[in-house]
Write a protein that binds this ligand. Structure first.
Ligand code: ADP
Ligand code: MG
Length: 440
């Protein structure tokens, strides 16, 4: 099945060919005809499956203009959870639309809003942005009453980040009749609830088993003591001669500490997290893509939306707080069918935490140790009443609030966190607490 058979027009086929897309990915095969036929779509697909083109190509095609000087109204709106992701969608769409007369604009926080307002006066057909900034613009005159296509990319992540209020405020500003496309990597209750609110008779597209990790990724876990993690990481990168590796930490603070450690070991590394300015994040990402820095240390907020071609290695320096984030993290590697390796470093507590992840992805991740970094058998989990994997899974579903405490010694930190989780988990089923992912 070719792009042509899906009904994609010549202007786009030329670009697709230049990009070397030989055939549509499964989600593209399913979604493109549905979008062209003006259906609402609810699509779940793994990361790296080509979702941007799945909504982007038919969207561009539907909103295309015959002439550059045709009268303009904003007809397309794409909201996405992070600045990086918005910019990536923007760049990708600009590229696809290069043979078309379409004006595309990206509206994100951290950039001058007055300047953005000016840009909006220049024949814009499609806007892309984070929900907060888009809403802000609507209060300053951005007119959404002509929207024909509304896209929510990474809807699950937007909801996890607490953007539901903004989405619910944006939605009524759209005209009654419009097409909505909702994309999500995972299939959570929150996403389903939102879909009921904003989708009309949607077509469902699901291309992979939910929450499964990309098959091409080799996953392995190394057992190591918390205080040996940084040296082990430096050893793995150095001894295996990794040229480009993305490393995830749980908090901004541990990302900072780890970056300092790695620099001491002489590794060229950069850091991306929520406290860095947009300009700084982009600069770091570009240096990483160009190979000027070998190691990029990032928190989960940055894990979405990073599309680095042929990224071979992802290392979980710390497991994510929420199991679903594991899927997003390792989804940075093995993209578009390439092989990838995902390594997780597990301290004594994380050996239990990983069971929640294994349950979610339905795969048992092999556990090994690296010679010279074997864990000390004397070190045990601090709490004597060890939690069974089953109840841990329940705790995971309760989604404990992200810690705001500054970085402490790893063991102490873990202990505090565990106590917090346990407090929340008992005695009665506590109400779900909103995650403060934004703060990370
Ligand atoms: P997702 O949003 O599902 O995580 P992306 O849309 O970012 O994935 O696509 C992942 C990568 O695959 C990008 O580098 C993109 O250019 C590439 N890609 C998309 N569609 C195809 C295709 N049909 N053939 C080859 N590569 C593709
Ligand atoms: Mg995407």
């Amino acid at each position: 099945m070719s792009f042509e058979k899906l009904g994609v027009i010549k202007e786009l086929l030329e670009v697709i060919k230049e990009l070397g897309y030989n055939e549509p990915t499964p989600i593209q095969k399913r979604a493109i005809p549905l979008v062209l036929a003006k259906n609402d779509v609810f699509a779940t697909a793994q990361t790296g499956t080509g979702k941007t083109a799945a909504f982007g190509l038919p969207m561009l095609q539907r909103l295309r203009k015959a002439h550059l000087d045709e009268k303009r109204e904003i007809k397309g709106l794409i909201i996405s959870p992070t600045r990086e992701l918005s910019i990536q969608i923007y760049e990708e769409l600009q590229n696809y639309a290069k043979n078309m007369h379409l004006g595309i604009s990206v509206l994100i926080g951290g950039k001058d809003i007055k300047h953005q307002k000016k840009l909006l006066k220049q024949n814009i057909d499609i806007v892309i942005g984070t929900p907060g900034r888009i809403l802000e613009h609507t209060q300053k005159g951005l007119d959404l009453s002509h929207i024909e296509i509304f896209v929510l990319d990474e809807a699950d992540r937007m909801l996890d980040m607490g953007f539901v209020k903004e989405i619910k405020k944006i939605h009524p500003l759209l005209p009654k009749r419009h097409q909505t496309l909702l994309f999500s990597a995972t299939y959570s209750d929150k996403v389903r609830k939102l879909s009921k609110l904003i989708l009309t008779k949607p077509e469902f597209v699901e291309v992979a088993k939910k929450n499964s990790t990309v098959e091409a990724i080799n996953q392995v876990a190394y057992l190591v003591d918390a205080d040996k993690k940084a040296p082990l990481l430096a050893y793995i990168i150095g001894s295996r001669n990794f040229k480009q590796v993305l490393v995830f930490t749980r908090t901004k603070a541990s990302a900072d500490v780890l970056t300092d450690e790695l620099k001491k070991d002489g590794l060229k590394c950069g850091i991306i997290h929520g406290d860095k300015t947009q300009a700084n994040r982009l600069k770091t990402l570009n240096e990483f893509k160009e190979g000027k820095i070998k190691v990029l240390v990032a928190t989960d907020i940055a894990s979405r939306g990073l599309d680095i071609e042929e990224l071979p290695y992802v290392i979980n320096y710390e497991l994510p707080l929420v199991p679903e984030d594991y899927v997003h993290r390792v989804g940075r590697t093995g993209r578009a069918g390439r092989d990838g390796v995902a390594i997780s470093l597990l301290d004594v507590d994380e050996r239990f935490e990983i069971k929640r992840i294994e349950k979610l992805i339905g795969i048992k991740i092999p556990k090994e140790s690296v010679k010279g970094f074997e864990p000390d058998p004397q070190i045990r989990r601090k709490d004597k009443d060890e939690v069974t994997p089953k109840s841990e899974h329940k705790q995971a579903q309760k989604r404990p609030a992200a810690k705001k405490t500054a970085l402490r010694q790893p063991a102490e930190k873990k202990k505090i966190e565990k106590q917090k989780i346990e407090k929340k988990a008992s005695p009665k089923p506590a109400t779900t607490k909103k995650r403060k992912t934004k703060k990370r």
